[in-house]
Design a protein around this ligand. Structure first.
Ligand code: ADP
Ligand code: ADP
Length: 229
């Protein structure tokens, strides 16, 4: 069965219907990019999967378990889902090493396993030599690599990316989107990615989900979505 099942999801803010009956599946190892104009409900959808807000209708099923519905809310930290934000949100007073290790420490992982896992991620994300630096002493691209490493450290079942490259300059965006797509595919990560940048979605996604006014306008491979009238 699919890793993530979204069933008839609804979300209102007051009298405003932000999502009106969104349904789709995300398969294990699949990368889906959500595209659509500002205000169409992209962040709302991501926040619902992350557990930052509760749906008014429908349900979210992860690995066969209902994690969100109007009757049920599994806490964000119990979902096995990690998120990378637009603005990094690294701990500014913690070193690169401590930032990456943070989630593992919270879970009381053994020190030698933490060391090994961090070393692996530092290598994978080309952060060698930066372990003792603080986030303000890093470039924007390096900070975003640390945020990705930190999100990968606890080996989530699903990775959520919220406009992950929007704060980078154009050259870095180009470089990072290729690198990110390669990394997530290599790891076989399941990824749910929100962006307003069609080029970024094309570079990353197996399938695109195009939202319009809180409904699915199209879902399919990039070729399928762009060959339709
Ligand atoms: P997107 O990410 O596609 O720009 P959002 O999911 O952030 O869209 O927002 C969808 C709609 O819901 C927008 O019209 C937005 O103004 C509204 N909205 C989002 N969050 C709230 C909120 N907390 N309270 C009221 N309205 C909200
Ligand atoms: P984006 O365009 O990237 O979706 P926004 O600036 O629309 O971001 O929203 C930023 C944050 O503010 C989101 O967490 C969203 O839920 C919230 N928000 C958006 N619109 C409203 C609104 N009308 N009232 C209250 N909160 C809102």
């Amino acid at each position: 069965r699919p890793l993530l099942e979204i069933r008839d999801l609804m979300k209102r803010y007051g009298s405003f219907q932000a999502l009106s009956g969104v349904s789709f599946d995300l398969q294990e190892g699949e990368i889906i990019s959500v595209l659509g104009p500002s205000g169409c409900g992209k962040s709302t959808l991501l926040q619902l999967v992350a557990g930052l807000t509760q749906p008014d209708g429908g349900e979210i099923v992860l690995s066969g378990e209902t994690i969100a519905s109007p009757q049920k809310m599994v806490l964000p930290e119990k979902r096995g889902v990690n998120m990378v934000f637009q603005d990094y949100a690294l701990w500014p007073h913690m070193t690169v090493y401590e930032n990456i290790a943070y989630g593992l420490r919270q879970k009381r992982t053994a020190r030698n396993i933490i060391q090994e896992r961090v070393r692996e991620l530092v290598q994978m994300l080309h952060l060698e030599g930066l372990e003792k630096r603080l986030p303000p002493q890093l470039s924007g691209g390096q900070q975003q690599r640390v945020a990705i490493a930190r999100a990968l450290a606890t080996r989530p079942r699903l990775m959520l990316l919220d406009e992950p490259l929007s704060n980078l300059d154009m050259r870095l965006r180009l470089e990072m989107r290729t690198e990110m797509a390669y990394l997530f595919r290599q790891l076989g990560m399941s990824v749910f990615h929100v962006t307003h940048d069609p080029d970024e979605a094309f570079a990353m996604a197996d399938r695109l989900l195009i939202l319009r006014n809180g409904r699915i306008d199209q879902i399919g491979t990039p070729q399928e979505c762009y060959s339709k009238p």
